[in-house]
Design a protein around this ligand. Sequence first.
Ligand SMILES: *Cc1c(COP(=O)(O)O)cnc(C)c1O
Length: 398
Amino acid sequence: MSIDVDAVRGQTRGVLRVTHLNNAGSSLAPGPVMDTVVGHLRREQEIGGYEAAEEAANRLEGVYSSVARLIGAGTDEIALAESGSRAWAGAVYGFPFVRGSRVLIGRSEYAGNVIALRQLARRNDLQIVVLEDDPYGQVDVEDLQRELERGNVAMVALAHVPMANGLVNPASEVGRRCRAAGVMFVLDACQSVGQMPLDVQSLGCDVLAGTGRKFLRGPRGTAFLYVRAAVLERLEPAMLDGHSAVLAGAEGFEVRGDARRFESWETSAAGRLGLGRAADYALALGLDAVQERVVGLAEQLRAELAAVPGVIVHDRGITRCGIVTFSVKGSDARNIRARLAEHRINVSVAPAFFQAGSLPVGTRLGEDMVVRASVHYYNTEAEIQRLVGVVWYLFAGS
Ligand SMILES: *Cc1c(COP(=O)(O)O)cnc(C)c1O
């Protein structure tokens, strides 16, 4: 089954106003998702926040099954969070690090995750080992294998899709190696969830974090965490409250037995319902169909951009996705973004280190940047042509 583009655009109000090519930043949410969010906020206004949550109790519970279905997990293995970073950190900060052990990461990690790992490294005297890229810019699985065999590895943490490159890391292969070595595999799927099928069994990850607002088309401030049931007991949340644990006896407490031990008590019920609706929406379209269309549009964009004089397309990798990165000789990426915005074309910019295969060393003003244009299935071939036409006219014309 392929995507009915007219139908999905009919449910995406924003397409009437903007050419939205910033889906890796935050997608335009479909009407049913936003109706769900606003509908619940209205009920909170009308009957009270606790009462509205009680009324929606079954649907709130259903959010866990929807997210679980999206990634092939069990309902008890899902926690909901307010950001992908917090979801990821919930599990990673809970890991019982042995002093002096090593954490393996790729070269295209999310800067926020690297910061967190460096803090943990200082606290626990860990060594962060940055794996080599293979010739295609993906994490080098052979280098991973060598490092795993060297031993003393606490964890492998990898971005499935980097924040600003069109490549998809060979996560299943990484998962297979980690399993064989008995090492915990933490997969950051913030950029992959919603644009391709994900299955935690075939990925072989123990932990997976995803965010709601990007390719999943959920509301802002929503995310989820998957923790494999078999490793749950090894991860004790860095912070607890009356939802993640209960008081026991005069001095004790007991941590919840399911993944919700990583949640906080207070949360946006409306946001959660919207996240669940977004997961259902993606599942109804079919993630295979979503991926096929996203990849097709992105390939069209890369090909058309590459034909513009002075434009360089930077995406690496063998398997590619909906993220397209490019620069124009002699033009600053921030200026390109601003000029495109005048034409109501939304793109974003990102530091060029994702293209160079070097680890983020810090984002400073004046650092080399590239333009990131990220397509979704609701974009059209005509929108792609529009972006390329405006780039050609403004920056390569005359
Ligand atoms: C956006 C992103 C995150 C963080 O997600 P938030 O919801 O913004 O916290 C983590 N990793 C990657 C690769 C991302 O693109």
